[in-house]
Design a protein around this ligand. Structure first.
Ligand SMILES: C[S@@+](CC[C@H](N)C(=O)[O-])C[C@H]1O[C@@H](n2cnc3c(N)ncnc32)[C@H](O)[C@@H]1O
Length: 281
């Protein structure tokens, strides 16, 4: 398996890139909260004075999906957010080279989404191949962790949806529990999303991991009734947090090992081969 992280090629100067493709970058997304659809519409655009919708590609990586989706729906504003500035530089380059004026990229983090967007401003949130963070202690960083799903509720328009795609069966399974805790109504679940929705734009990770044999797992869900809160006003996390807990009982049935879990699964297989090991203890 190749390392899929964004690596810096020789002579790559981040500041220079960010400057060169600045037309497709909004470095201070919070200053657009509540006005994305009007403020980002070019003055000379034909038709309406505002975009019909604002959609968010959260953890957009190098922006292949965002730009392709924007090319297909020119009346919708696509905002790609990622906390890796290198990714934003690559994504902005794609946007500028595409000549599209309905896609913009921002350096930012999921924790701050409530600052970047007003309540009800976003009609759809794409979570394409989010980083799995398999360990229990990193679980909060998952884009489908309960707290993030609760944040998305604040910025989603009525009826707006979150659409998760992943190569990771355990992350998908974990995410099902989190959507339920956060009070979402699931409208679509799939263990082979590419077969069921063949025309959806492809993200870079989907392309790479499908070539390695991945199937795409998906969940689409809209905010339903507010979830119950405890006396402190907190929606309680009640589900296991290590992705190991969401692996199939018999690991030999797993022909494809999800991205980010190769080491974990090799170790588990070795330990289980030795006999007296119980992963749930
Ligand atoms: C595995 S990549 C997927 C990129 C792209 N969506 C795709 O499918 O090709 C996950 C991306 O999410 C970003 N990311 C992970 N957690 C994030 C967070 N909490 N806020 C912003 N970006 C995040 C990472 O920097 C990385 O670029």
């Amino acid at each position: 398996m190749h390392a899929l992280h964004a690596r810096l090629p020789k002579h790559f100067v981040l500041e220079e890139r960010l400057e060169r493709y600045a037309d497709a970058i909004e470095a201070a997304p919070a200053s657009y909260a509540g006005v994305w659809a009007e403020a980002c519409r070019p003055l000379d655009a034909e038709g309406a004075a505002r975009f019909s919708e604002v959609r968010l590609d959260m953890g957009c990586g190098k922006g292949a999906f965002t730009v392709e989706a924007a090319a297909r729906e020119k009346d919708v504003l696509f905002v790609g957010i990622d906390f890796e500035p290198i990714c934003i530089a690559y994504a902005a380059q794609k946007a500028v080279e595409s000549g599209l004026d309905n896609v913009v990229f921002c350096p930012g983090i999921s924790d701050k989404l409530g600052d970047y967007f007003a309540a009800g401003e976003v009609s759809r949130i794409y979570l394409n191949f989010p980083t799995p963070f398999p360990r229990k202690k990193e679980a909060r960083q998952r884009l489908t962790y309960l707290d993030n799903l609760l944040r998305y509720r604040q910025i989603l328009a009525p009826g707006g949806t979150v659409l998760l795609k992943t190569d990771s069966y355990p992350l998908w399974h974990f995410s099902q529990t989190q959507f339920a805790l956060a009070g979402y109504d699931v409208s679509w679940e799939s263990t082979d999303a590419r077969a069921e929705r063949p025309d959806d734009p492809m993200s870079w990770y989907e392309e790479r991991l499908s070539a390695e044999g991945a199937k795409v797992f998906a969940i689409e869900a809209a905010a339903g009734e507010e979830p119950a809160r405890n006396e402190e006003g907190v929606v309680e996390q009640t589900e296991p947090l290590s992705l190991i807990d969401y692996l199939p009982e018999d690991l030999s049935t797993m022909k494809y090992v999800p991205h980010g879990m190769q080491g974990t699964i090799t170790n588990l297989r070795n330990l289980e081969k030795k006999g007296n090991y119980n992963r749930h203890l």
